[in-house]
Design a protein around this ligand. Structure first.
Ligand SMILES: [Zn+2]
Length: 80
């Protein structure tokens, strides 16, 4: 099992905690940016979705109305 290194002084511990916090904040900022980027499809992407689905809803098979929303068949968080 991974054993984190033991800090030899208060200053070293402070530096280590600061580095961990900064790394966490950068990870969170990247994740937020990624979430924002995938929020809306471009017009070209929407056209691809309509073509792939033959303008039919993948759940009920009904015709896609003029105004529609795309959704993942498999949740984005599950790799869809
Ligand atoms: Zn439907």
């Amino acid at each position: 099992m991974y054993e984190p290194p033991v800090s030899k002084s208060a200053a070293q511990l402070k530096k280590r905690l600061t580095n961990l916090r900064n790394a966490r904040r950068m990870r969170q900022a990247r994740q937020r940016a990624k979430l924002r980027r995938r929020q809306s499809l471009t017009t070209a992407e929407r056209a691809i979705v309509l073509e792939k689905t033959h303008k039919r809803c993948h759940i009920c098979g009904g015709k896609v109305p003029r105004r529609w929303q795309a959704d993942h068949v498999f949740a984005y968080g599950s790799g869809g």
